[in-house]
Design a protein around this ligand. Structure first.
Ligand code: ADP
Length: 466
């Protein structure tokens, strides 16, 4: 069953039940109150009759007294234990209820007041015991028609039925409309999702934007989600195509040198060294690139992070020394101030970050590289400065994008070094994970400074939650 039909059905049935319960309660309260009132009235009249009969002197015939008290539409009689014969008990009926005289007489030792049915008609029956002039117990019994009350109750039933019907019809219609209102956006969303699944395209919901209810919010959230999926899907597509494109170049170089070796390697030993060198450097480049790609592809929460309070200076010194030995480049370290230089960070990730910055300084400059380490009120910093080709101001915000390289021709020299445009994007992700901030200051033709600010204590700014 569809949700719309369900809500429609449930709300209508629930309302019908509530209405029925309310109407039945009203009806039965009214019924019992009016019945009690009617019986009380007959009881009072019968009591008066019984008192009159008891007090009457024997001269007045009992039948005369009964005639004086008989109800307008009913019967009054005197029944005693011995005389229960319907033909001999003293009895008077009103002209409209003569049939009542056929009713057999029953003696009741206790007072009675109840509703009875005779020939399908309703009557109020009251019996009051009293001690007669002869000293015997007898009953004064009155039977009074309650047809008027029954007609009134019949009218009440019809009124309640009509009112219920009048209330139910608009309720059923409005609950149907309400169900439709609620279900329309959900149905539209389901249709859109089916379309997305079928076509593979990221389709958004059409929002009329008139109201601002929860369903509209749900639609907006759905559209936001589709937007995010679209962005991440296109980023992924771009990433995969960039990665395969970047890997193609070293693979082509390796393949062509390997075929050269195969064809002429034995006849031309001079080609041997050149080919091996090229194959080796391309293999190294590919290795670095795949390592970076793998790290970038991993969600942050899968990175192994070990945050500690560390002394910055030894770590920076160590990194510089190993870098200097690998690349034979002049690097000068300037510790600023005489305070201990502390940072709260992950040693391995910070070392990797420094390597990326030093590597860029090395690739894009020939002069000496300087590294400044210091601390201020809220953070420690490491600055890596080179006096190289610099980055044009317009491209500064873009260099952190994956695979972004400033003007290919300009970087030709660096191309040989194996830059794939991944270093800075990886540096940015690492700094997010360790709660650091990275900034670049650069002037084209003059040089570049990469500034890293590191937290002094534990903050909740690490990006592992992503
Ligand atoms: P790559 O591996 O190509 O160096 P990066 O992401 O590290 O990739 O850097 C992106 C681009 O930013 C580089 O291709 C280069 O053009 C430019 N760049 C980065 N660092 C420097 C620097 N210190 N001096 C000049 N240009 C730089």
């Amino acid at each position: 069953m569809k949700l719309r039909t369900k809500t429609h059905l449930y709300s209508s049935v629930l309302f019908a039940i509530l209405l029925l319960v309310a109407n039945l309660t009203v009806y039965f309260i009214f019924y019992s109150l009016t019945l009690d009132r009617e019986l009380d009235q007959i009881l009072a009249e019968t009591q008066q009759a019984s008192m009159a009969i008891r007090e009457a002197d024997n001269n007045i015939a009992t039948v005369e007294l009964l005639r004086a008290y008989v109800p307008l539409n009913g019967m009054m009689r005197i029944v005693n234990e011995r005389n229960k014969d319907k033909f001999t008990v003293p009895l008077v009926t009103s002209s409209t209820e003569t049939v009542l005289s056929d009713q057999s007489a029953v003696f009741y030792p206790k007072r009675q007041a109840l509703r009875i049915e005779i020939n399908g008609k309703s009557y109020g029956f009251v019996s009051i015991p009293f001690i007669g002039a002869d000293g015997n117990v007898a009953n004064v019994q009155a039977t009074k028609s309650m047809e008027e009350l029954m007609t009134l109750l019949g009218i009440l039933r019809i009124v309640l039925l009509c009112v219920s019907a009048a209330v139910m019809i608009p309720t059923i219609i409005s609950s149907g409309i309400l169900g439709g209102l609620i279900m329309r956006p959900i149905a539209a969303m389901t249709k859109t999702m089916q379309e997305v699944a079928r076509s593979g395209k990221f389709v958004k919901l059409k929002q009329d934007g008139r109201s601002k209810d929860e369903l509209v919010e749900m639609g907006e959230t759905f559209n936001e989600m589709i937007g995010l999926l679209e962005i991440s899907f296109s980023k992924q597509e771009q990433f995969v195509s960039n990665a395969s494109h970047e890997l193609k170049t070293p693979l082509t170089i390796i393949e062509s040198y390997a075929s050269l070796l195969k064809r002429r390697g034995q006849q031309r030993p001079d080609l041997f060294m050149e080919s091996v060198e090229a194959i080796h450097s391309e293999a190294v480049r590919m290795k670095v690139m795949t390592d970076q790609l793998l790290l970038l592809a991993k969600p942050h929460r899968h990175w192994l992070l070990e945050m500690n309070r560390i002394e910055l200076l030894p770590l920076v010194e160590q990194t510089i020394t190993s870098f200097r030995n690998t690349y034979q480049r002049e690097i000068t370290l300037f510790p600023v101030g005489d305070k201990p230089l502390i940072a709260f960070t992950d040693t391995d990730l910070l070392r990797q970050l420094l390597f990326i910055l030093l590597d860029n300084a090395r690739k894009y400059s020939r002069d000496e590289i300087t590294v400044k380490v210091g601390t201020n009120i809220s953070s420690s910093f490491i600055e890596v400065t080179d006096r190289g080709i610099g980055i044009p101001a317009a491209e500064l915000p873009l260099v952190f994008n994956r695979f972004y390289r400033v003007d290919q021709a300009r970087s030709k020299e660096a191309e040989q070094e194996g830059g794939a445009g991944l270093g800075l994007s990886l540096a940015k992700e690492i700094s997010e994970v360790i709660g650091a901030k990275i900034m670049l200051e650069s002037r084209e033709g003059e040089g570049t400074t990469a500034i890293l600010s590191l937290p002094l204590k534990l903050t909740n700014q690490t990006g592992l939650s992503q």
